[in-house]
Ligand binder design. Structure first.
Ligand SMILES: CC(C)(COP(=O)(O)OP(=O)(O)OC[C@H]1O[C@@H](n2cnc3c(N)ncnc32)[C@H](O)[C@@H]1OP(=O)(O)O)[C@@H](O)C(=O)NCCC(=O)NCCS
Length: 254
């Protein structure tokens, strides 16, 4: 295990989020019946209806565990009961804490893939996170040609085949984390902004076609969390401290 993977700590009981901090939570999506029984009652009526609409039971269970865990974590920061929190959604579906709920302006974003979820939490700044389980049955060439920007395609086309899988998921997660932070979904055309993505190259938003100052307002980071997963964080800030918390099922009693 690399140092970065080991740097995930159990959260302290007196959890604090200072205005300069960004907290990232790594959550193992444990859909064991006992966990589901604890977390399902935390969900609102609309969340339970959403859970009931999934075609496959395993997807419903993952949604319940991820949403129940999100409520549990946010409740800890706000000293509120998880079930009392209310979410609002922008027109693209990005959830936020309902503003009348609290004086604190906590912002957060969630991503889940396969057996892991990431929850990023901060105050007063836009934030987005994306995690992908590295699947091998992906047609990288076709997706890159369709969604990468002209500058990204130029980099992509000359990469050695041996690094293309990692480079592809670097690019994908960085682009997704950024559009998730902006909260506007795919209404931001993925080919109109450039991110770095070569292996070992620091994550960065490099350019956008619509605002030459935009890249300087954002920080992108690669999050190393487990073998076979690639993840990225986008924060609208240049200066902040990152903390990594690990949540496993034992903590759900918090
Ligand atoms: C919904 C979307 C924002 C991300 O979806 P995703 O990558 O499938 O899923 P993730 O697990 O990362 O994120 C889902 C979570 O993001 C949050 N979310 C939903 N809409 C959001 C939005 N507009 N902005 C930010 N976050 C959003 C929700 O919490 C959601 O979790 P929930 O369903 O449990 O409520 C959207 O961008 C999308 O569908 N993208 C598809 C991307 C694509 O083609 N990418 C190619 C890249 S090269």
């Amino acid at each position: 295990m690399s140092k970065a993977i080991d740097s995930w700590l159990s959260p302290p009981l007196n959890l604090k989020l200072s205005s300069q901090e960004v907290h990232i939570w790594r959550v193992y999506i444990d859909t064991d019946d006992s966990i589901l029984k604890k977390l399902q009652p935390l969900l609102s009526t609309d969340e339970r209806s959403k859970a009931a609409r999934f075609r496959f039971e395993k997807d419903s269970a993952k949604y319940i565990v991820t949403r129940g865990t999100l409520r549990t974590i946010l409740g800890r920061y706000l000293s509120q009961k998880p079930e009392d929190l209310k979410f609002s959604y922008n027109q693209y579906g990005k959830p936020a804490l309902h503003s009348s709920d609290t004086n604190q302006s906590i912002s957060f974003n969630v991503s889940h893939s396969h057996e892991l979820a990431l929850i990023a939490v901060t105050q007063n700044r836009n934030i987005g996170v994306d995690i992908e389980y590295v699947r091998t049955n992906v047609n990288y060439e076709e997706i890159a040609e369709r969604f990468f920007s002209p500058a990204e395609k130029a980099v992509w086309r000359v990469l050695p085949t041996s690094v293309k899988q990692e480079a592809f998921f670097n690019c994908w997660t960085r682009k997704e984390a950024y559009i998730k932070a902006k909260g506007m979904g795919l209404s931001i055309p993925l080919n109109e902004f450039d991110v770095s993505f070569k292996p070992r190259e620091p994550a960065a938003l490099l350019n956008t076609t619509w605002d030459e100052q935009e890249a300087s307002r954002w920080s992108l980071k690669e999050i190393t969390l487990a073998p076979e997963y690639i993840a990225a964080l986008a924060v609208e800030a240049s200066n902040y401290q990152l903390k990594f918390w690990q949540l496993n099922s034992l903590c759900h009693k918090l």
